[in-house]
Design a protein. Structure first.
Length: 346
């Protein structure tokens, strides 16, 4: 059995404090142990044996997607089918899938998948992982390009993240060695403008503060970044005039692992997740209690009766492209998939 690394939550505050140094200090091009320095040309003799081969990755992905197709199409749909579908997921994807079952237990999403393009790191640390770019068609016939991340847990593979390509975006070309394997970046790699570890907290800052603060100029403006900040500002202004309720919304880096691959131009494609928490608060006792929206009641922890404070939590997987060091262009969000996963009423 392969040894697994214990994961820990990202330290958002520490990351923001150290960001300036990490984003602008001297570059450190030290790769993961056994890898090749950026820009070098590997030979057959210099290539390390991959812990996960392309063939193993292809078999693992095919197995997971085939199981999803059979289980989601089962009629009648049994509780055992839902449990088995959840067993195919982990990390952020499990949170999203579990919430989807709670909201609509009798109608699991059914997808048809195209032929994937595998992105398998040659050198990496356990728990082992790989990514895949694949077209995903829903039951209504709509097709989107998905970026899937699979992780090995307890000698089995599970989908740990899914993000759908945003309109007008495309997957960057990934650097590959002579045998077709990708290069994984270390969490603190400083050969790119934003190290993988800092991408999530900087994105969270851009989503809360827009063009203000430490993320200004580092993250490209858009719907999934500064657009959130504009939305929050509008809602805060609306609720400020309300004598009964107050509104707030915060973003934070999730506790799920961050993965990154080297792009052909020397930058990185980074996969990570954010958590957004919207809070509605009853200002004064004479005001009416806050009612839990009907569509969110299946996700409530505790009573779904009217409450004094309502917290709505979203899990949001992302894929972003980070430029190489000294490129002087901002990082860009290219893929997203999110949904409400928890609701707390007090």
């Amino acid at each position: 059995m392969r040894a697994h690394r214990r994961r820990g939550p990202l330290a958002l505050a520490l990351a923001l404090v150290t960001c300036a140094a990490a984003c602008s200090g001297p570059g450190d091009q030290t790769p993961l142990k056994g890898g090749m320095p950026p820009g070098s040309t590997p030979t057959s003799a210099s290539l390390a044996k991959p812990p996960v081969t392309l063939e193993e990755a292809d078999d693992a992905l095919e197995g997971v997607l085939d199981a999803e197709g059979v289980l989601s199409g089962a009629t009648p749909h049994l509780a055992a089918d839902r449990r088995n579908m959840l067993a195919q997921t982990c990390e952020a994807q499990q949170a999203l899938s579990s919430a989807a079952f709670n909201v609509s237990p009798d109608a699991p999403p059914h997808h048809t998948w195209g032929r994937p393009r595998l992105l398998v790191p040659r050198v990496q640390r356990a728990p082992y992982w790989f990514a895949a770019v694949v077209s995903r068609e829903d039951s209504a016939g709509g097709s989107r390009t998905a970026v899937l991340t699979l992780t090995e847990r307890d000698d089995r593979w599970c989908v740990s993240s899914t993000a759908l390509l945003e309109p007008g975006e495309k997957i960057p070309e990934i650097a590959r060695d002579a045998e077709g394997y990708a290069t994984a970046l270390d969490q603190d790699d400083r050969s790119v403008e934003i190290s993988p570890r800092l991408m999530a907290p900087l994105h969270a800052t851009a989503a809360e503060q827009g063009n203000q603060g430490i993320a200004a100029g580092l993250i490209e403006k858009g719907r999934r970044t500064t657009g959130y900040a504009e939305e929050i500002a509008t809602e805060r202004k609306k609720y400020k005039a309300d004598d009964c309720q107050a509104y707030d919304s915060i973003f934070g880096a999730s506790g799920y692992p961050v993965r990154a691959l080297r792009t052909a131009d020397g930058g990185a494609m980074v996969v990570y997740s954010l958590v957004r928490t919207d809070t509605l608060t009853n200002k004064v006792p004479p005001c009416a209690m806050i009612r839990v929206p009907r569509h969110l009641k299946p996700l409530v922890s505790g009573s779904d009766l009217p409450v004094k404070e309502l917290r709505i939590v979203e899990t949001q997987p992302y894929v972003s492209v980070v430029p190489r060091r000294n490129a002087h262009v901002p990082a860009r969000v290219i893929a997203y998939l999110g949904a409400v996963t928890k609701v707390f009423g007090t």
